[in-house]
Design a protein around this ligand. Structure first.
Ligand SMILES: C[S@@+](CC[C@H](N)C(=O)[O-])C[C@H]1O[C@@H](n2cnc3c(N)ncnc32)[C@H](O)[C@@H]1O
Length: 508
């Protein structure tokens, strides 16, 4: 391993994954729905992801927003090579990648445009204080006035009970090396110590469940989460304080339910926080994290915050169109938020979902369908549905070419066993996260085998068999008719509903 990695795990590459919270369309909706003015996202806006990993998010967003320019920066050259290969295969001329460290990005900032949005997902917790400084200086230098920064990180108090397990995993790694073998070894060691009555493990009520879940995760995930030299969960106030150094103010959360008081705390805690914090938004946010034991934050900061007054807010939302992102039959009006599940209101949510089942509709129209046409109630209902990824804000697709090309590349990759978890949805200016059965179904439709479920499943089985992928269910390998019948079952939800949703979103 070379000396360029600054303590960051490079032995196992970061898993390619798409994170929808990074999408400019999502950040813009999060800002507007909480009463803040987002930057204009017309043609020519600029977006940069620092620590872009395999560049999946940058490529998908570039394909979904062909009028804008997207930059991905990451010091891992193998990952940047993969990112460039994906961009080249789909001929995305608006996706640019640099295999630079944050220090190099700062030095060479003159070679980059000024940015409307800078995003860092899963970076801050895992880098040194020096890297954090470089990131802040890069933002200070390259973010436009009125621009947004998206930043996610492991937060306290939610991670406090795992701190010593992480220390133990990292210590074992420094002793034995082997990022691939350490996860099982440290989980076994933790289990043995638990069984032997080690008090740390007994005292942390949520840790056992967390470690059991960790056994189901890949070594690559484990390595990137636990084995870096640097690993630091932050309190919200610490990050807000550091961001202020780059002239950034906290705007809102990209996790929409985190911004809804009734979803983020108990009613009694909300009253205490309101009384204690008054207009101090930073203090209120920190107290909310204590109230719901926050483990992960996805924050939006602005360089200069401008409030939308309520009239501007509703005027700016009035013409916004929304579309279903799941089949109507799969839409649920129970929403999982920071305090667990919150019930929606049937009289509000059902008319909205029923209308969207017939095709996209504007905020103004949807507002007219709910009791008393109350715009604040309509906005809350739509924000809950966006949070649950059941609906998406949409716009007219001007140039579907880049999205179609990238989707073809993603499906071709799946055919030969390389799975990305995403397809581009150009109408929503973002990607939709998909599973294996979805990808098989999309392959069948794209290849003209989507008229009949049994035929699509037979085609799916042929794809898996040709690329040497075996089908297992309940510990047994399935072949031929049994395999085709099982695949038909797995592909049915996509075949019978999601395909129509994807068509509305421009995916197929
Ligand atoms: C946890 S991964 C997140 C990747 C990507 N943002 C995603 O969400 O899929 C963090 C990334 O930051 C990159 N990174 C860490 N330290 C860096 C540094 N000093 N300069 C540039 N990239 C860095 C790593 O190579 C890695 O790809």
């Amino acid at each position: 391993m070379g000396g360029w990695n600054e303590g960051y795990t490079t032995e196992l590459q970061y898993t390619p994954y798409f994170y929808s919270e990074l999408a400019p369309a999502h950040l813009s909706f999060a800002a507007r729905s909480t009463g803040w003015r987002p930057p204009s996202l017309g043609d020519g806006f600029t977006f940069c992801e620092l620590g872009c990993g395999q560049g999946v998010s940058v490529n998908v967003l570039a394909a979904a927003n062909p009028g804008a320019s997207f930059w991905g920066i990451d010091f891992n050259p193998a990952q940047i090579a993969n990112a460039r290969e994906l961009a080249a295969a789909a001929q995305l001329d608006n996706a640019h990648f640099r295999d630079w460290s944050f220090a190099q990005a700062l030095e060479r900032a003159d070679e980059l445009p000024a940015f409307d949005i800078i995003a860092l997902h899963g970076v801050l917790t895992w880098v040194s204080d020096e890297n954090f400084d470089q990131v802040l200086r890069f933002i200070d230098r390259t973010l436009k006035a009125g621009g947004l920064v998206y930043v996610s990180y492991n937060s306290l108090p939610g991670w406090s009970e795992t701190l010593s397990f992480r220390h133990m995993a990292h210590q074992l790694f420094t002793r034995v090396g082997d990022a691939d073998g350490v996860p099982t070894r440290v989980l076994d060691l933790a289990q043995r110590l638990t069984d032997a009555g080690a008090v740390y493990f007994a005292k942390q009520s949520g840790l056992g469940g967390k470690l059991a879940h960790l056994r189901t995760q890949s070594s690559a995930y484990f390595a990137h989460e636990y084995l870096n030299s640097h690993w630091r969960p932050f309190h919200f106030t610490e990050v807000a304080g550091r961001m202020a150094e780059a002239r950034l103010d906290y705007m809102t959360s990209a996790t929409l339910m985190d911004s809804m008081t009734e979803a983020a705390t108990t009613t009694a805690a909300a009253a205490i926080i309101a009384e204690e914090a008054g207009n101090d938004r930073i203090w209120a946010e920190q107290l909310r994290d204590l109230a719901n034991n926050k483990t992960f934050r996805r924050d939006i900061y602005g360089r200069g915050l401008n409030r939308l007054n309520p009239v501007d807010q509703f005027l700016s939302l009035r013409e916004q169109q929304f579309a279903l992102a799941v089949p109507r039959a799969d839409a649920k009006i129970a929403f999982v938020g920071p305090m667990g599940e919150m019930a929606g209101e049937a009289a509000v949510h059902h008319p909205i979902l029923d209308r969207l089942a017939a095709g996209p509709a504007s905020f103004g129209e949807l507002q007219g369908l709910i009791p008393a046409s109350n715009p604040a109630v309509a906005l809350q209902a739509l924000a809950l549905l966006v949070h649950a990824k059941q609906i998406l804000p949409v716009q007219e697709v001007v140039d579907p070419g880049p999205a179609q090309r990238l989707n073809q590349v993603l499906l071709s990759a799946y055919r030969v066993g390389r799975s990305y978890n995403v397809l581009v949805a150009p109408a929503a200016r973002t990607g939709v996260v998909v599973g294996s059965a979805d990808l098989l179904t999309a392959c069948a439709v794209a290849d003209g085998r989507g008229d009949d479920l049994a035929d699509a499943a037979a085609y799916g089985y042929a794809i898996l068999s040709t690329s040497g992928r075996l089908l297992h269910h309940e510990g047994r390998q399935l072949v031929d008719d049994e395999a085709r019948a099982y695949l038909a079952e797995q592909m049915a939800p996509a075949f019978n509903g999601r395909i129509d949703v994807w068509r509305n979103l421009g995916v197929l």
